[in-house]
Design a protein around this ligand. Structure first.
Ligand code: CO
Length: 211
């Protein structure tokens, strides 16, 4: 892909949009009203809008290595806060993907410098689910399962935040855990039973006295 080509692509994209609707960009500039916040991996094969079939303005998007929501990460926390409080999204999706390089790296003992603290969050997911993961003898299945468990834990991280707890209670906000299967192109809903998981841990994380 050369850079010049990108600008040519952009010109034809603008032309196509305007051919269908002369006011397309004028309308787009008026504001956004997305109902979904999508948090996914930066992986170039997992194209958020394209695989969900959503148009500009329909989904608020955040991507980082291995679709993480670490507690102290100002970037993802700001995105969640803004999307819930100011955009009023009704759904937050954490979307992982099989064959995720970030997950793979966290399963190996290599020292990756600045990436270490980021990947440490994934190693913590492994530790939480060590018994289940270590019981899987097939390495590929173990890798796939860690992708799924990481999605689950990042959803729980989302639910640990005060802003999400408030919106779940007052505005019907729901959290979803998905996996994109690069091998088939299919989007899979993990159908995580949050009620069951939260029943066990919310005594620790519930923030009743909202500021
Ligand atoms: Co990835």
């Amino acid at each position: 892909m050369n850079i010049k080509q990108i600008f040519e692509n952009n010109r034809s994209w603008v032309e196509e949009k305007l051919k269908l609707d002369a006011n397309y960009f004028k309308d787009l500039s008026k504001g956004q009203n997305p109902s979904i916040l999508y948090i996914g991996c930066s992986d170039s094969r997992v194209t958020a809008e394209e695989m969900m079939g959503v148009q500009p303005g329909e989904a608020f998007i955040h991507r980082n290595i291995a679709n993480m929501v670490p507690n102290g990460d100002l970037s993802s926390m700001s995105v969640i806060n803004y999307a819930v409080k100011f955009l009023g999204v009704k759904h937050i999706v954490i979307c992982g993907h099989y064959f995720c390089g970030g997950i793979k790296a966290a399963m190996e003992p290599a020292d990756l410098g600045i990436l270490n603290p980021w990947l440490r969050n994934i190693r913590d997911v492994y530790r939480l689910h060590k018994d289940e993961l270590n019981s899987i003898t097939d390495e590929e299945k173990k890798y796939m399962r860690l992708v799924e468990l990481n999605v689950q834990e990042q959803c729980i991280n989302v639910l640990k935040t005060s802003i999400v707890q408030l919106a779940v209670r007052d505005n019907g906000l729901t959290v979803h855990g998905w996996v994109f299967d690069v091998h088939s192109g299919k989007l899979i809903d993990l159908k995580i039973n949050f009620d069951k998981i939260l029943e066990e841990i919310m005594e620790i994380y519930r923030l009743n006295d909202h500021a």
